[in-house]
Design a protein around this ligand. Structure first.
Ligand code: NAI
Length: 209
């Protein structure tokens, strides 16, 4: 089923998930697509179409059961499983990600960090040790890792990604400003914060005209 769902729909699911969690926290039990559209900024028909991709969750005249919808979207997003993660590059960004506690609330559990800088190897961030990247192949032969976060400088990123993939890692969260060339079956999500700043800059420039 997941193959037929467009990437645009999948990209909206985390936002539904976040808003539904807020409704649960406010003890709201059910919601219509119209009400959901008002708080989320999507049209009601967009919401109905999105949910129809998964067989639709609502009931005519009742709307959506918030808890059910939250759980089903969580299941579609795969948030019922634990994911074991590692960070490659334990510099500023790698440390910031390691120190961020929200990932483990959704069971993205950091197992180890890797770097080549002797000043960083052996350090510990919230109980997770920085290991020597020279040992990463041995590590991966002994530990099944679901997702690797690439936080090295850009020159190292492609080599690091190749090593990870050659040793069985199938999903990468890439923060280095480089388009990685990888086999089609590898899942890659790129995060380029600077591109968001460029978009902001564009709109500021527009406002100044
Ligand atoms: P940093 O220089 O503090 O950290 C990079 C770390 O990677 C260093 O500790 C270095 O020793 C390590 N490293 C280099 N080659 C390695 C290798 N082959 N194996 C393992 N570790 C290796 O840099 P910072 O600020 O943490 O940025 C990291 C990366 O993230 C850079 O590519 C930067 O451009 C990018 N970045 C991306 C952002 C985004 O929005 N995606 C935001 C900020 C940074």
């Amino acid at each position: 089923m997941a193959n037929k769902i467009s990437r645009a729909v999948i990209k909206r699911l985390p936002k539904y998930h976040r808003y539904l969690k807020e409704l649960i926290d406010r003890d709201i039990k059910r919601i219509s697509s119209k009400e959901l559209s008002e708080i989320m900024g999507f049209t009601a028909s967009q919401i109905r179409q999105d949910f129809n991709n998964f067989g639709g969750f609502g009931q005519q005249g009742y709307g959506y059961n918030v808890e059910d919808l939250f759980e089903q979207i969580g299941r579609i997003l795969g948030l019922v499983s634990e994911y074991k993660t590692i960070i490659i590059g334990a510099g500023n960004l790698g440390q910031a990600l390691a120190n961020y506690t929200s990932f483990e609330k959704f069971k993205f559990n950091l197992q180890a960090m890797f770097d080549l800088n002797p000043r960083l190897i052996g350090l510990n961030f919230r109980g997770v040790e920085v290991l020597d990247v020279a040992t990463i192949e041995d590590y991966l032969s002994e530990h099944k890792i679901d997702i690797a976060y690439i936080c090295t400088n850009k020159e190292a990123a492609q080599n690091v990604a190749d090593t990870l993939v050659a040793n069985g890692v199938k999903a990468l969260w890439n923060f280095a400003p480089v388009d990685l060339k990888l086999p089609d079956d590898v899942i890659v999500e790129n995060v380029h914060l600077i591109e968001d700043l460029f978009t902001i800059s564009y709109f500021i420039k527009g406002a100044k005209k």
